[in-house]
Design a protein around this ligand. Sequence first.
Ligand code: AMP
Ligand code: MG
Length: 418
Amino acid sequence: MIDITEARSYVLARCPAAVPVDVPCREATGLVLAAAVVAAENVPPFANSAVDGYAVVAASVAAAPVELPVVGEVAAGAHTDRVLQPGEAIRIMTGAPVPAGADAVVMVEDTELLGDRRVDGGVRVRVRRSVAVGVAVRRVGDDVRAGAALYPAGTFVTPAVAGVLASVNAAVVSVVPRARVAVLSTGDELIDDGSPLQPGQIRESNRTMLLGAVRDAGCDAIDLGIVRDDETVLERVLRDAAATCDAIVTSGGVSMGDYDVVKAVLSQIADMRWMQIAIKPAKPFAFGLLATGPDGAARHVPVFGLPGNPVSSLVSFELLARPALRQMMGHTVIDRPLVAAIADDGLPRRHDGKTHYVRVFAAFAADGRVHVRSVGAQGSHQLAATSQANAIAVVPDGDGVPAGGDVATMLLSLGATS
Ligand code: AMP
Ligand code: MG
């Protein structure tokens, strides 16, 4: 058996980040910037009003209440060439450029309009409160300064980041593309067509689970279905997948059974390492590179051979495939958050030379700490119990964790409360 850290280093060393591509900023959300972005423009590009109200010279309203003539109006998207003089007001809307000469805006709620333009030829405004210089004026560049280093390479593009990119006219950005990941299941016992189960058959579940896990990791998932335990068919499916995808995830057929065709085929066509990892569940795991394309210009497509038992499949995806796929997509944070949690009920175990990954439910308690409880059944075929987990407690070899003891815990979905 090898250590999980050795298995992980082996995998990560063979899954470099993909070659960057240019995409419109509207399509960059969920991807990682491959190049730094420098702001080409100021945001806001001009001083503008934060409120609907009246642009004034602050000194002119220092003795409020005061009355001022309203000498003009400026709406968002318009501008005025009128230079505001002390003792005057210009009606202004949110987002409109502050006229030259003005140094503050009085919000409309603090004013009262006097007179009628049609009758009086002009109107006046009573300002009830004074304002300090700069009040309600958004200054040029007070969000983003032109020339500023906005985002370094490696930045994960959230919706807000994408919005900022649009605001500085970074209309096209260089990103690491989303990996296209093929997912297939193997096994003659598997069906997914809804028909009545024949003796020995089970419903296929790993593929459905792994397609979701792949998408959850930020990748595009390509469903290659169930492949029978037939070497010729499997070889064709794998070669086609390598030609069209960036990574392949298989489940089943990587352990010691007689019909482990994944092992038989991949041993022939790919540069594989068959591992027995000192973890429970998910001891058997295979990883390798499948060459595709012409000699000399071949691409080497990572293949993750996950075990067939559903819980093992999920745990090895979490520990090995997910970090690798995220690295391929340029993420600098490739792992789930790991916290020191409190094991409320204790997590007993026996010495067996393995690290145990115990599926738990984690929640914040009144003490501000994360507390975990086992979800119950921990068998590698018992996916229903594991589906109740939102975290995985990492219990090192030994006697386990006593009730109230600390346990390192990977959070799968932080914030869930039930
Ligand atoms: P294997 O790794 O192929 O020997 O499979 C180990 C166990 O996982 C067996 O009980 C299989 O029936 C089960 N299994 C394999 N693949 C799947 C799958 N895609 N969905 C559900 N169970 C599976
Ligand atoms: Mg099988």
